[in-house]
Design a protein around this ligand. Structure first.
Ligand code: HEM
Length: 267
């Protein structure tokens, strides 16, 4: 048997041929229920997993959802804004025993030999790419909350689901770039898909069809999403298979944290 025929074909992951975003999407779609999306496979267990058409939302609950969502977007967008801008960085190749990484960061931090620093530098390299994608939601949500205030509603303080998720995202941004990217992808892409549908249905039921800024994007949304997909695919190209799997495995947590916030609409 020649060396070539004896070689086992490497395991292919669903979506792999199209790039890593397709792998993330594949895992995410399975975590939907059939009611939520036709590719869904999960059983309905939580109230927010029931068909949106049958939800009985309240304005107070929806306001809690918007406030907690804003805290999550503020946190996410704050983390990304702090990342060094790619053009003021230098490209460096780090060689470790197992793999090498290409990334850019300001020369001042190149001197660090500390292992933990290296992890956060790798992350800085990728998050800098995600500034001003056009998907940001923080300012849009600020406008919506202002509108509710003008209508006479009292804006609540953030509640436990939002506070817990925001803390978790901060923690990941410091120590786990692959897991952070998983949340980044799911938060923005979920909002562009199911999130929009939820916004429309809820507005029909309780807001006299008022279209909130949260559901409006400046520019062509499908193009903005495609630009981010391309960047995510590029970032993941430098990851090992283990790092990619670690990112995919975080999807369940992303659904859990976002589900807890979505459920506020029904509270
Ligand atoms: C896509 C519904 C919650 C992540 C979608 C799609 C629908 C949907 C209809 C589009 C499927 C298609 O392309 O044909 C819903 C509903 C939800 C919900 C009704 C809750 C009531 C979530 C949650 C997450 C999530 C909690 C993760 C945090 C995603 C992702 C996509 C998606 C990543 C793929 C978007 C893309 O293809 O660009 N969802 N979803 N969804 N959803 Fe959800």
């Amino acid at each position: 048997v020649s060396a070539t025929t004896a070689e086992k074909p490497r395991k292919r992951y669903p979506g792999e041929a199209k790039g890593f975003v397709e792998e993330m999407r594949f895992v995410a779609m399975k975590l939907h229920t059939k009611e939520q999306a036709k590719e869904g496979e999960k059983e309905v267990k939580q109230p927010e997993e029931r068909p949106v058409q049958r939800w009985e939302p309240s304005v107070d609950g929806y306001l809690k959802f918007l406030v907690d969502s804003k805290l999550v977007y503020d946190t996410l967008e704050g983390i990304i804004d702090k990342a060094p801008f790619p053009s003021c960085g230098v490209t460096v190749v780090l060689l470790s025993a197992k793999s090498s990484f290409f990334f850019r960061f300001p020369a001042s931090v190149v001197r660090s030999n500390d292992k933990n620093k290296v992890i956060s530098l790798m992350w800085s390299a990728s998050d800098a790419e995600f500034i001003d994608t056009g998907l940001e939601r923080s300012e849009k949500l600020a406008k919506d909350l202002q509108w509710f205030k003008e209508q006479g509603y009292t804006i609540p303080e953030p509640s436990s689901p939002g506070v817990t998720y925001a803390e978790y995202l901060k923690e990941l941004s410091e120590k786990d770039p692959q897991a952070f990217i998983c949340h980044f992808y799911n938060i923005y892409f979920a909002h562009s898909a199911g999130g929009r549908m939820i916004g429309k249905k809820v507005a029909e039921k309780i807001l006299d069809k008022k279209e909130l800024e949260f559901y409006k994007w400046d520019g062509d949304l499908s193009q903005l999403l495609q630009n981010v997909r391309d960047k995510l695919n590029k970032v993941a190209e430098s990851w090992t298979r283990e790092e990619k799997n670690h990112c995919l495995e975080e999807t369940e947590k992303s659904f859990k944290y976002s589900g807890d916030i979505l459920r506020l609409i029904l509270s």
